[in-house]
Design a protein around this ligand. Structure first.
Ligand SMILES: C[S@@+](CC[C@H](N)C(=O)[O-])C[C@H]1O[C@@H](n2cnc3c(N)ncnc32)[C@H](O)[C@@H]1O
Length: 1017
């Protein structure tokens, strides 16, 4: 690679010289610059040209190039000279002026010179490629002591912080107990915070803010040389006052002693940085780095990650262009109020100030009145404050307080609640009244542009993580009334943070305005966002989306770090939505313009693209949304003309006349949220677990304020505990349940311990259902009993019968469907005795067959990914219905079909036996060899290829069975310790038998679906 870069450089140099006919430094140096840039990029270094520096003599100089680490500390410098110059004399001249001598290259088009630590260490001719490589390796291998120190300090910080945090927490607790002045200052601050940020905040939150404040005080003072920051900023002042009540002098020094190396490293690093822009970037890196060590969960929940400048500039420039295009105004013009609702480190506001450079009067007006920013976490709030004010001072030469940064939870700031209450001033006097006044001021403004990067965290992994996004009743209600009400998806999970911010901003914008967000891209094509797409098309007039891709979950070939502009797993898109009063009045749906970057483009390439191509220059495709409000992957087929298998409307219909789908009801599988606790292979061990869990839960009922960590909590279970719900243990709660394909398990069907019972209430215990799952791929499999939510993926079931009003058994196939089929097949069915009438069960089987038809699945693949299937009328109804019945018998009766003949070999595992151990479980299949290794002793052979060709999603039926019988370490610690009794060896013979039967099922299923391919339809 290094030699390739050097060869490229020599080639480039030759071309430049030939084409330009010049040897001048300014012309030929471009080739060497490219070499440094490319080499540096490999090491994550940034090249900055004309880099300003202050010398030891306090003079200002500018080096031709600097290579900087992510922390913005320089790795080394570069000076280019003319071919006619004497390189040594030039270097000496520069050193005299105070140029750095730690790690600097001087080059002309013939020679390269490297100085390190005040000495020349190497010189070479450019065409001596081996020597040049050596020189560059020395240059790039240089390690600045501050960098090494900083890296070590970060590691140390990680190790030391917990102890310091504990000491601080204890100290604050003591103060809360014994210091009246502290208590009253803390109560006043809490009241303010509840008003401004979130009414649900508690003492504990104030303490965390105070801790963040204390820990970061030093950083701000050093990086920005602003030791008075805590006196200037209104919120900092309040926290400082709180701190001053107890935490000063020797106590403070002593407590924070452990963190001193970290602060020292930051001071040393900060001292290397002179330019204002670099300080900003440095602070952002510290901010991410600090937060992740301090509180990883909060960093994730709040979306603590800064936005690359290329994206910020692109969005500002785009918003400016759209403002001009649609409203004849520029962002800088009067009465264009701009708000960043999740400002983080204040990047958008800082870039806006840069954008307005050159028009000082207008800039001053904007800064004082028409730029607004909100932040809910104290650390970024401080960073934003410092960044914004320092940027303004750097541009104008004048310091002025930024009066519109609010410490507030944007999503709570609805309906001008703060202004309405008006009690705050009494509580706070003049201190944090300022923050409340700012919020009121912001709320009184007409906002024309909302721009920013809202957080993207959707849902925590487990309730025991305690990292849940809190509820926002007002915004969530608005989402329900709009995005969810307009959705056709049967399951809509739209309360994630970025959907909330879209909802909030759409409502907050003035009648004419622009919303510009960079967010998760899932709204573009997710099934559950159909109502969102419909709604934004109604509420806005023009929508532009730049799809930056990088969705690692959708395409495993991508890597978050390499392909995603934020280095994350979720895909990213930039959207601009223009709201125009006239268009809204006319009820014209928005025009939607879309452009995407190539799937495999790297993050660097994407950012370079955004840096070089403004919005106005992009070649957008205008999307013609279809009736179901899809924007992407539009299909051009007859799907809409087929009859619906199920629909939200038919489910909700109160009269039979409105039930215009084949099935009346569809239902999700049971979602337990604690599978390890309530599912089991065998009845007895499952009952033991359930009894134990119920016992612990009952104990906890006496002390509902604290959640027993041995219990696997979920939001519902916490709620049930708080409501005092109890349930006696009963073995009668056991139900046979379809757990995964061809794996039934016992479920302890408790209405307390199962979060969402789904089908349990409406599906008769021994009745068939057609189960479906769609998303990445379409899957279907019948179940003869109630089923789990993840039976096939996110599973929806369509039972043949259902239980209505408690226990009454009724058809789940509608009379409407019977009429449709009867009418369509009237001729085919014939008359008189020979007629074979279509009944509801036959329709049930017919649908099951069609859902297995390979041609149907191929033709409607896109549709099946995102909507409920619709069913065509094929010729020869009964042929399909008979296929469907045969498939259903195979799939539901998989345990009683004849086993396929497989050869079994057992070779004793002497080593395991000698050690007194069971054979080692393997459960691995080898389709090419037609074999399955069950454990270190037993192998099955002679399985036909068809055994693997019948697949449900990413696995064959055989592999589902194998996967579900592996010995896995339970995730839940209590289960691991007390109830981990599953041993494959105890189930081995049953599994062998099951595999032989599932092989029969697979072979016969495949035979039927192959026959379908040949059928006329
Ligand atoms: C992705 S970051 C913004 C990054 C910012 N553009 C930058 O470059 O630094 C999101 C920020 O929004 C803040 N935030 C999250 N939820 C918020 C809310 N409900 N109200 C206000 N700010 C919020 C987080 O604390 C975080 O600093």
């Amino acid at each position: 690679m290094s030699q390739l870069l050097i060869n490229d450089y020599l080639k480039q140099l030759d071309i430049i010289k030939r084409v330009s006919g010049s040897q001048r430094e300014t012309i030929v140096r471009e080739a060497f610059k490219d070499l440094l840039k490319a080499w540096g990029r490999q090491q994550g270094l940034v090249f900055l040209a004309e880099y300003p520096l202050k010398t030891a003599f306090k003079t200002d100089i500018s080096v031709d190039g600097a290579l900087l680490h992510e922390l913005r500390m320089p790795l080394g410098w570069w000076e280019a000279k003319d071919a006619g110059d004497d390189l040594d004399a030039e270097a000496a001249k520069k050193f005299k002026k105070g140029y750095p001598q730690d790690n600097i290259i001087f080059s002309d088009d013939a020679t390269v010179l490297l100085w390190q630590n005040r000495q020349e260490v190497l010189r070479c001719r450019v065409e001596d490629t081996a020597a040049l490589e050596r020189l560059l390796r020395l240059f790039f291998g240089f390690e600045r002591p501050e960098i090494a120190g900083f890296r070590a300090a970060v590691q140390q910080f990680k190790a030391d912080l917990p102890a310091v945090l504990q000491a601080l927490r204890q100290l604050i607790e003591q103060q809360a107990q014994g210091n009246a002045a502290f208590r009253s200052a803390a109560a006043a601050f809490l009241a303010h915070a509840q008003e401004a940020i979130n009414p649900a905040l508690t003492d504990a939150d104030v303490r965390e803010m105070l801790i963040q404040h204390i820990l970061t005080e030093e950083i701000f003072a050093k990086v920005f040389d602003d030791s008075d920051f805590h006196q200037h900023n209104n919120v900092a002042r309040a926290l400082y006052a709180l701190e001053a009540v107890f935490f000063t002098g020797a106590l403070k020094k002593q407590t924070l002693k452990g963190l001193e190396p970290y602060y020292a490293a930051i001071r040393a690093a900060a001292a290397q940085i002179s330019s204002h822009g670099e300080k900003q970037t440095f602070l952002k890196v510290i901010y991410e780095n600090f937060y992740k060590v301090y509180n990883t969960k909060a960093a994730d929940r709040l979306g603590v990650v800064y936005t690359p400048n290329e994206i910020v500039r692109f969005m500002i420039d785009g918003a400016d262009w759209l403002c001009e295009k649609h409203f004849g105004k520029s962002l800088i013009d009067k009465d264009v109020d701009i708000l960043d609702p999740a400002t983080g480190t204040g990047t958008y506001i800082c870039e806006l100030l840069e954008h307005f450079r050159g028009q000082p009067k207008k800039l001053a007006h904007k800064y004082a009145h028409e730029l607004h920013a909100n932040e809910v976490a104290i650390l970024p709030y401080y960073v934003a404050n410092l960044n914004i004010e320092a940027t303004y001072a750097a541009i104008t030469g004048d310091y002025a307080e930024f009066p519109s940064l609010c410490f507030v939870d944007t999503l709570d700031n609805v309906g001008l609640h703060t202004a309405a209450r008006g009690t705050t001033a009494d509580i706070f006097g003049s201190v944090s009244d300022e923050n409340v006044a700012r919020i009121k001021r912001q709320n009184a403004r007409r906002i024309s542009v909302v721009i920013g990067n809202p957080p993207y965290n959707a849902n925590q992994q487990s309730e025991n993580d305690n990292n849940k996004n809190r509820e926002y009743p007002h915004i969530d209600q608005r989402i329900k009334q709009t995005y969810i009400a307009e959705s056709r998806a049967q399951k809509t999970k739209l309360y994630d943070m970025y959907a909330r911010f879209f909802r909030w901003a759409s409502d907050r914008l003035h009648d004419n305005g622009i919303l510009a967000f960079v967010t998760n891209r899932s709204f573009l094509d997710a099934r559950t966002f159909d109502g969102f797409r419909k709604t934004v098309a109604q509420e806005f007039s023009d929508i532009y989306v730049v799809d930056l891709g990088g969705d690692v979950r959708a395409n495993p070939k991508l890597s978050g770090t390499r392909h995603n502009v934020f280095g994350i797993q979720a895909g990213v898109a930039i959207s601009f939505m223009v709201k125009r009063a006239q268009a809204t009045k006319d009820k014209r749906p928005a025009r939607v313009f879309y452009v995407r970057r190539p799937e495999m483009e790297t993050a660097d390439e994407k950012l370079a693209f955004l840096a070089s191509q403004p919005l106005r220059a992009l070649q957008f495709d205008e999307v013609q949304p279809d009736k179901a409000h899809h924007w992407l992957n539009l299909t051009n087929n007859d799907f809409d003309s087929l009859i619906p298998l199920a629909s939200k409307e038919a489910k909700a219909a109160k009269t039979a006349a409105k039930e215009r789908a084949i099935f009346k009801l569809f239902t999700l599988g049971a979602s337990t949220n604690r599978d390890e606790w309530v599912y089991g292979e065998e009845q007895k061990p499952l009952l033991d677990k359930a009894a134990w869990l119920l016992g612990r839960y009952e104990d906890n009922l006496r002390q509902p304020a604290v959640f027993d960590p041995a219990v696997k909590w979920s939001e519902s279970l916490k709620r049930r505990l708080k409501a005092g719900r109890a349930e006696p243990f009963t073995p009668a709660a056991l139900r046979k349940t379809g757990y995964r394909p061809f794996v039934d398990r016992w479920l302890y069907a408790s209405s307390l311990l199962v979060d969402r019972p789904g089908d349990m209430a409406v599906i008769p215990l021994h009745e068939p259902s057609i189960c479906l799952s769609h998303g990445k791929d379409f899957r279907t499999l019948a179940s003869g009993c109630p089923f789990d939510l993840h039976y096939l993926g996110d599973t929806v079931g369509l039972p043949l019968h259902r239980l209505a009003q408690g226990q009454e058994y009724v058809d789940n196939i509608t009379d409407w469907a019977l009429r449709q089929f009867g009418t369509h097949y009237a001729d085919e069915i014939g008359k008189g005795k020979a007629a074979r009438r279509i009944d509801k069960e036959a329709i049930f089987h017919y649908c099951y067959a069609v859902l297995h038809d390979p041609l149907y699945r191929e033709k409607y693949a896109q549709n099946l990914k995102r909507e409920f299937p619709r069913i065509p009328f094929y010729a020869h109804f009964w042929r399909w219905a008979d296929w469907g019945r045969a498939l259903m018998q195979l799939h539901i009766g998989y345990e009683s079909v004849a086993p396929h003949a497989v050869a079994r070999t057992d070779v004793p595992d002497a080593k395991a036996r000698a050690a007194g151990l069971d054979p080692k479980p393997l459960l691995q299949s080898d389709p090419a060899a037609g074999s399955i290794a069950l454990d270190s002793e037993t192998t099955l052979r002679g399985l036909p290829p068809a055994a693997w060709a019948y697949r449900l999603g990413n696995r064959s039926a055989i592999d589902w069975v194998l996967d579900q019988h592996k010995e896995k370490k339970p995730k839940d610690a209590t289960i691991r310790e007390r109830f981990d009794h599953y041993r494959f060896v105890d189930h081995k013979e049953r599994v062998i038998d099951l595999l032989a039967r599932v092989t029969t099922v697979s072979v016969q299923t495949l035979a039927i679906t192959e026959a379908m391919c040949a059928a006329a339809r």
